[in-house]
Design a binder for this molecule. Structure first.
Ligand code: PLP
Length: 412
């Protein structure tokens, strides 16, 4: 008996409902209507594949929206969880947590001399970055008014009040006025626009090196250089929101390494906790020094098991997966460019590493549904951009399999 059938029988025996309609009904009965969920529930995974309640296999090219960098059923991740045994799952930040220190050490080795603050999500990481920037600026310049942060149009920084206010997309903010003051939005990839928005009240610039939710748009090399120069001249901080681009997604540990332009603060989450909730900021030493005990905190931030899995993720990235992401990213993009040369419906292929977007001339949401039916998970941003964020362990033959399904639905 194959393992899929065994799992299905196990689920049935244990009273798990196999009927997809029931799932949909129960979801709308008990959960708030905040997500457009597919009537689909995954029971297990293996490598880059996920399996639903009926045992159907899906090639995952979205990785839980960029979280599952190591795919599913990673042996060492499973081993770390199994051997956790009776070690506490939570002790709080009143006490020292070994795995936090180990993970922070690796993050600093991979970035720049600095300090780490741990949170639970991308939005929380950005909240910490925003608070730290304001505090640093107040301490350094002594002006209560120097709190403004410039962010980019089409950016996405999260759903909390501060990060929603920072986000450069009106649809995310509709219905929530008044927003948090202190954010200005300028065009992405436009250094002059940024310069004209800066004044004596600006404390930081926050930017995604590759805009993810904004349609997979890569920053120009010169643009990030220009931002760094402008920030240096004005004495303001440069914050990179690497929640989606960080932790190997673009073929380097952090996307900013492609551009060789260091920020003062990096915000991270998504792949960092190996599937468990974990966010972090890394800040340069002098910036991090603006926080003192009591200035910022999180009960769950830097959970011991999440950090232990984070250490495993970073070790595996360093041990060869980053390299795989780099080569497979080039291969994947070549394949997508090949499709573009054949199909007029595709306007542009863009991205870095295994964060790739295919922009269509027209609305592309239907392509996602059709791919899903055929066992390929992808997602659509901005209405006409199909986004690929596969696990970083993906292989050539799996990319080819994905391309066959995807191409079938480009015009149908
Ligand atoms: N920043 C970026 C660049 C993101 O892509 C996201 C989520 O997609 C966030 C922040 C928010 O992260 P979270 O959903 O973990 O709060």
């Amino acid at each position: 008996m194959n393992s899929d059938i065994k799992i299905c029988l196990y689920l049935k025996k244990n009273g798990v409902k196999m009927n997809k309609e029931n799932i949909k009904d129960d979801v709308s009965k008990y959960l708030m209507n905040t997500y457009k969920r597919y009537p689909l529930c995954f029971t297990h995974g293996d490598g880059v594949y996920l399996y639903d309640l009926s045992g159907k296999k899906y090639l995952d090219c979205i990785s839980g929206i960029g979280v599952n960098a190591l795919g599913y059923g990673n042996r060492q991740i499973t081993e770390r969880m199994k051997t956790w045994g009776n070690k506490p799952l939570h002790t709080s930040n009143l006490f020292c947590i070994e795995s936090q220190v180990e993970l922070a050490r690796i993050l600093i080795e991979e970035s720049f001399p600095g300090k780490v603050f741990f949170a639970n999500s991308g939005a929380e990481a950005n909240e910490a970055a925003i608070k730290l920037a304001r505090k640093y600026s107040l301490q350094k310049y002594g002006s209560e008014n120097r709190y403004e942060i410039i962010t980019m149009k089409n950016s996405f920084h999260g759903r909390t009040f501060a990060t929603m206010s920072a986000t450069g997309q009106d649809k995310i903010k509709a219905g929530y006025s008044p927003l948090l003051p202190g954010f200005r939005h300028v065009d992405f990839n436009d250094g002059e626009g940024l310069l004209s928005a800066i004044d004596k009240n600006t404390c930081a610039v926050m930017v995604e090196p590759v805009q993810g939710e904004g349609g997979v748009v890569v920053a120009n090399n010169d643009y990030l250089k220009e931002l760094r120069q402008i920030c240096n001249e004005w004495g303001i901080l440069l914050i990179y929101d690497e929640v989606q681009t960080g932790i190997g997604r673009t073929g380097k540990m952090f996307a900013y390494s492609h551009f060789d332009i260091e920020p003062d603060i990096i915000a991270l989450a998504k792949g960092l906790g190996g599937g468990l909730p974990l966010g972090a900021i890394v800040a340069k030493d002098d910036v991090a020094a603006a926080f003192s005990p009591g200035d910022h905190a999180s009960t769950f931030g830097g959970n011991p098991l999440s950090c232990a899995l984070g250490v495993e993720v970073l070790n595996q990235l360093r041990g060869g997966i980053l390299e795989n992401c780099k080569t497979m990213g080039v291969y994947f993009k070549e394949k997508l460019n090949g499709l573009m040369s054949k199909h007029k419906g595709i306007k542009q292929v863009r991205g870095l590493g295994l964060m790739l977007g295919v922009e269509f001339q027209d609305e592309a949401t239907e392509i996602v549904n059709k791919c899903l039916n055929d066992g390929l998970l992808v997602n659509c941003t901005k209405g006409n951009v199909i986004r690929f964020l596969p696990p970083l362990i993906i292989k050539e033959e799996e990319i080819e399999e994905a391309m066959i399904i995807f191409e079938n639905h480009i015009f149908s």
